[in-house]
Design a protein around this ligand. Structure first.
Ligand SMILES: Nc1ncnc2c1ncn2[C@@H]1O[C@H](COP(=O)(O)OP(=O)(O)OP(=O)(O)O)[C@@H](O)[C@H]1O
Ligand SMILES: C[C@@](O)(CCOP(=O)(O)OP(=O)(O)O)CC(=O)O
Length: 388
């Protein structure tokens, strides 16, 4: 029987606090601005991927949550091609190495959260795919080197190669070699950061990030100001806020960034609406929580969909999560955490009702680590995918 080589990893989701929106080169996924994200804990949200290769396989395949995916797309192909060429270079430098680069790849992956629902599945998915194949090929590449490859799968994926607080530097070179992710600070630098996700919709979204951002680039004038003036200022403030663990600035910039990004969506022609009434109710409740506290203790942010991500620090668990548990305590997602419930006094009553009617579940998580190698495999020794 032909030998089956394999390696596995898990990879995290990241949620941006300075948003990536717009490409200067759609083929290479080169962005029009830099961005910053927080990597979320894999205890709650993760992709698990096994990469295998063998001469007994007939073609490159990808099985995602048990369903076969098309791998002929330019993005997946770019990742396969770049990783193979790094392996081929190792093989030609050391002829004793097994010749893995020409062998067909079999990738098996599982997301433990809804795919394509604005929960950054493509980020965790492509980060895991690239990391798993790099492990399989025993590449000496650093996370920054791999971020250059994962970026071509999905832009935001480049930030999921690191844990903690991560910047994607837009770079200026035409070949994209300087458009990479770097660590701003590890999770251990500011470990008290929490994220409460209000899942408003787990459905596939209407306008994908990929096409939405290109229509914005082509039609919005506001977008130009965002890329040239707003984001560079926010990048500076955000990096410093993270270094100094200054939640008030972190929170203010996070909220203003989300608002700026969604304003450019509205300024796109025809307009793109990712926020809905439930999202706006979440914004209102966060504002009321901050007003009650007399300072910024909670910060909302929204990606290309209505789900709210609310960042806060552990010391404000009762003020933020406790209050929202008072409103949404009947939903799934609060288990396993001892949270003192707070009355939603001094909070807009209508917004509370809208949240009650529109949020389907919550996910309470925290800042976490980057991809983690695992011996737990999704492919049997004979090369067959393992059914869970
Ligand atoms: N585990 C995975 N392995 C490989 N590819 C994946 C994986 N998970 C998701 N993807 C790819 O990502 C696509 C979903 O990306 P999409 O950008 O539409 O949604 P999203 O990532 O959930 O939302 P967003 O990035 O806007 O927050 C899937 O259709 C699939 O091609
Ligand atoms: C709103 C965002 O989540 C957009 C993410 O866009 P994608 O990374 O999904 O886009 P592609 O590069 O086309 O795959 C903001 C962010 O994550 O920075």
């Amino acid at each position: 029987m032909a030998e089956v080589y394999q390696a596995s990893t898990t990879a995290p989701v990241n949620i941006a606090v300075v948003k990536y929106w717009g490409k200067r080169d759609p083929k290479l996924n080169l962005p029009t601005n830099s961005s910053v994200s927080v990597t979320l804990s894999q205890a709650d949200l993760r992709t698990h991927t096994t990469a295998a290769c063998s001469s007994s396989f007939t073609e490159d395949t990808l099985l995602l949550n048990s369903s076969p995916q098309d791998v002929s797309g330019a993005r997946t192909q770019a990742c396969f091609r770049e990783l193979r060429s790094l392996r081929a270079a190792l093989e030609s430098a050391d002829p004793s190495l097994p010749k893995l680069s020409p062998l067909p790849l079999r990738i098996v992956s599982e997301n433990n959260f809804p795919t394509a629902a604005g929960l950054a599945s493509s980020a965790a998915g492509f980060a895991a795919l690239v990391r798993a194949i790099a492990n399989l090929y025993e590449l000496p590449s650093s996370p920054t080197d791999l971020s250059r490859i994962a970026r071509q799968g999905s832009g935001s994926a480049c930030r999921s190669l690191f844990g903690g607080y991560v910047a994607w530097q837009m770079g200026s070179k035409a070949d994209g070699s300087d458009s990479v992710a770097v660590e701003v600070a590890p999770a251990s630098h500011w470990p008290t950061m929490r994220a409460l996700i209000l899942v408003v919709s787990a459905e596939k979204k209407g306008v994908s990030s990929t096409s939405g951002m290109q229509i914005t680039v082509g039609t919005s004038e506001l977008f130009q100001r965002r890329a040239e003036v707003v984001v560079p200022k926010h990048m500076e403030l955000m990096t410093k806020a993270i270094q100094e663990k200054d939640f008030e600035t972190f929170g203010k910039v996070t909220m203003m960034e989300s608002n700026s990004f969604h304003a450019t969506c509205l300024d796109t022609f025809p307009p793109i609406f990712y926020l809905n009434d439930v999202s706006r109710a979440a914004i209102r409740v966060v504002e009321d929580i901050n007003r009650k506290a007399g300072k910024i203790v909670a910060a909302y942010t929204f990606d290309a969909g209505p789900n709210a991500v609310i960042y806060f620090e552990e010391q404000n668990l009762a003020l933020v999560a406790g209050l929202l548990k008072g409103v949404l305590g009947n939903l799934d997602g609060w288990q396993g955490r001892d949270i003192e419930v707070q009355e939603a006094t001094d909070v807009d009553a209508r917004a509370v009702e809208v949240l009650k009617g529109g949020v389907s579940r919550v996910i309470l998580t925290s800042v976490g680590e980057g991809p983690i190698r695992t011996e737990e495999s999704l492919i049997a020794a004979n090369g067959e995918p393992l059914q869970k």
